[in-house]
Design a protein around this ligand. Structure first.
Ligand code: SF4
Ligand code: SF4
Length: 68
């Protein structure tokens, strides 16, 4: 299981809140092997799909995700 710190995550209201990602935060969603993360209005976590691999934690440049 992971925990998302929405204060640190740059994806807000369906877009990158301008942190230098160039408008599309490439990171956790692309790293997840089982599509457990999805960028909607905010970053959504489908915990039933998560296999706790930790790839998203490594991939997030804002350190917004941690394992719990
Ligand atoms: S990589 Fe980090 S900042 Fe980007 S959407 Fe994922 S949690 Fe948010
Ligand atoms: S821990 Fe692995 S499976 Fe779970 S959301 Fe992160 S990348 Fe996806």
């Amino acid at each position: 299981m992971i925990k998302i710190d929405y204060k640190k995550c740059c994806w807000k209201d369906g877009k990158c809140s301008s942190c230098g990602c160039g408008g599309a935060c490439v990171g956790c969603v692309e790293a997840c092997p089982v599509q457990a993360l999805e960028r909607k209005k905010k970053l959504e976590y489908h915990k039933e799909k998560c296999i706790s691999c930790g790839a998203c934690v490594e991939a997030c440049k804002h350190k917004a995700i941690s394992m719990i």
